[in-house]
Design a protein around this ligand. Structure first.
Ligand code: FPP
Length: 243
């Protein structure tokens, strides 16, 4: 294992449907196995000393799926939020949320608020559930909040060109550092509206494995690959070093 551990890892958990199809099972079976994989990976991330893990659990576009599938995923989320408290407590895991909470079913909102409150002082891994999340939607909501704030603080951004740092302060979790590494499973090369703002300089790691097959050793491989990358953040370090 390389010793360079990313502070923040984001995961686009893809391939649940294909996993089920390959076995002649219904799609929801893939999501059920996907939840088990999520638990394995959360455990592994916590043991490896990763500080933040964002899981793309349900996007703003996922509402277009059948009512049955949406209902099933929401049921799994509820089960995960409610049933894992002992695991969060034992491992000091803090649950957080990214996305539009208001667009979630009332019972999920309540469950989410409860677990956010109950885990808010835990000091270990922070698991950010991207739930009813879309990168464009997050930026739009950030701008709405900023405009609203301007009513209370005139001059906030009207006189000057808007600074990117200012927009960053209105995102869903402004204190969370940008993801160092974004993993996508099931071999797709797309961002699918995940952490568009925060992922500007993230390293990407694409795995061919379907999400339900993921486990500790896959996360280790991804982190190892991250450890070997040279990150430049747009700068030419050779030039910077030599100047
Ligand atoms: C993508 O696979 C997966 C999802 C949209 C849902 C992710 C949900 C879970 C893993 C379960 C809940 C997890 C937590 C942490 C509460 P897909 O359905 O798009 O697969 P496909 O592309 O093969 O059809």
């Amino acid at each position: 294992m390389d010793s360079k551990i990313p502070l923040h890892v984001g995961i686009i958990m893809d391939g649940n449907g294909r996993w089920a199809k390959k076995r002649g099972q219904i799609r929801t079976q893939g999501h059920l196995e996907g939840l088990k994989a999520a638990k394995r990976v959360v455990k592994a991330a916590s043991a490896m000393g990763i500080s933040y893990l964002t899981l793309y659990t349900f996007s703003t576009e996922n509402w277009k799926r059948t009512a049955d599938e949406v209902g099933f995923i929401m049921g799994l989320v509820k089960q995960y939020l409610r049933g894992e408290f002992d695991f969060y407590r034992e491992n000091g895991i803090r649950i957080r949320h990214a996305g539009d909470k208001n667009g979630l079913p009332r019972d999920i909102q309540k469950e989410l608020e409860k677990v956010l409150e109950e885990t808010k002082d835990f000091k270990g891994l922070q698991v950010i559930l991207a739930l009813n999340y879309g990168g464009r939607d997050e930026i739009a909501r950030a701008l709405s909040r900023m405009i609203k704030d301007q009513g209370a603080k005139p001059g906030l951004f009207s006189a000057e060109p808007v600074k990117t740092e200012l927009i960053g302060r209105y995102l869903d979790n402004p204190d969370v550092p940008d993801p160092d590494l974004i993993i996508r499973t099931a071999g797709e090369f797309r961002t699918s509206n995940f952490l568009l703002w925060e992922g500007a300089y993230s390293e990407y790691y694409i795995s061919d494995k379907l999400w339900p097959d993921w486990g500790e050793e896959d996360l280790e491989k991804a982190v190892d690959s991250f450890g070997k990358r040279e990150r430049r953040f747009g700068a030419d370090y050779a030039h910077v070093r030599n100047s």
